[in-house]
Design a protein around this ligand. Structure first.
Ligand SMILES: [Zn+2]
Length: 387
């Protein structure tokens, strides 16, 4: 068994649960947050930093690594673990999401996705079989089925994409040759309750070693995302891990855990860090602001991270204003520490049966970025990406 999930404790109230995922490269205490190392590196950090931060799972992107340096290069260098010098558990996505969000001129058919590289315009074809083959070369502990991410509120398209995702899930299973990797199925269905249920039922029928919930946090409201989780998670088997893909805002981690999610990943903490936006218990703080020019205090006086123990807001602001590389590193250390510490606190609270109170207390002090502002930020990002 490549990956084994052991449920350890379910909260007295609600569905939050403690567990452990064992993999050939070590175990992961869940609920867990996985930092994203898009190109086999978590931007601005090295694996020693990640270990010191207490990260137990790192995600890498199949699409990017397939295009550059190539899955065969990674395989020759000992797979991702050897190549990037990270000995702990690794998860790779299928590349599907990046094909839909990054690649140029993609064409989806029942067989797979034809697309052009965003790097050099070269043409490539991803099929379920090919994507499993690439992930076998990359060698992560947890790998993903190829899925089709539809516009979440276009019902006709979501239904078509769902049918394809299901056939592709069967083909991915059949294509798998390595027994030391766990292949997770991905539940889709947009924002439609009946389609989410149909997808969960179908994939559970295929008996995957874990289930991912995809196609959420892609522009729909938070209320709708939580509603989809309320519908989906209860039909998933209790003895398999549940992974909510691409979700990493603190409030979403708490709401996801409350609904029984075990794994999360997101570029949010690292991307925000590079934009000088830092998490605190009282919301995000932009350290570029003139207000901090002479601020001797840490980003967060209560934070135990390396950055907060050693550097002032004034120094971080200076590094960002001067474009110094250390700015990215120190900010990323703080933001990842914030989320990884939040997950440790969450696990501790579940164990002590105080999770509901912990969640309420955290959310009482943490201002949530409104849906409209998130949508504007997303639009700005997509526009920049297309330019
Ligand atoms: Zn800190």
């Amino acid at each position: 068994m490549a990956v084994d999930y052991t449920p350890l404790h379910v909260a007295a109230e609600g569905s939050a649960r403690l567990g452990r995922i064992s993999t050939p490269h070590g175990s992961i205490a869940t609920p867990a947050f996985a930092p994203v190392g898009t190109q086999a590196t978590v931007k601005a950090l090295d694996p020693r930093d990640l270990a010191e931060l207490g990260a137990e799972l790192v995600l890498a992107n199949t699409y990017h690594l397939y295009l550059r340096p190539g899955a065969d290069v990674v395989a020759e260098m000992g797979g991702l673990h050897g190549f990037m010098g990270w000995a702990g558990p690794i998860l790779t996505d299928s590349g599907g999401f990046q094909v839909y969000s990054l690649a140029d001129r993609r064409q989806v058919s029942d067989d797979g996705v034809l697309f052009r590289s965003h790097i050099d315009g070269s043409q490539h074809h991803f099929t379920p079989e090919k994507v499993v083959g690439i992930q076998e070369q990359l060698g992560a502990d947890i790998i993903m089925c190829l899925d089709e991410c539809a516009v979440p509120d276009d019902r006709a398209y979501v239904e078509l994409a769902l049918a394809r995702t299901h056939v592709w899930a069967e083909r991915c299973r059949a294509a798998q040759t390595r027994s030391d990797q766990a292949l997770f199925g991905i539940i889709q269905g947009g924002v439609f309750a009946d389609l989410r249920l149909r997808s969960a039922d179908f994939l559970v029928g295929l008996d995957f070693p874990g289930y991912a919930i995809g196609g959420l946090s892609v522009g729909e409201s938070k209320a709708l995302m939580y509603e989809m989780l309320d519908i989906t998670v209860p039909v998933l088997p209790a003895d398999k891990p549940r992974y909510l893909m691409g979700v990493g805002a603190p409030e979403d981690l708490l709401e996801g855990v409350a609904r029984g999610i075990d794994l999360f990943d997101c570029v949010l903490p690292t991307r925000l860090a590079r934009n000088a936006s830092l998490f605190t218990r009282h919301g995000r703080l932009n350290v570029r602001n003139a207000a901090w020019a002479r601020a001797p205090g840490a980003i967060d006086e209560d934070c135990a991270c390396y950055t907060c123990r050693n550097f002032s807001r004034a120094y971080l602001r200076h590094l960002f204003k001067a474009g110094e590389l250390l700015a990215y590193r120190l900010a990323t250390i703080h933001n990842l520490h914030f989320l990884l510490q939040l997950m440790r606190d969450i696990r501790q609270a579940i164990g002590a049966d105080t999770f509901a109170a912990f969640k309420q207390e955290f959310l009482a002090h943490y201002p949530i970025v409104p849906d409209e502002v998130r949508a504007q930020n997303r639009d700005k990002r997509m526009t920049r990406r297309r330019q």
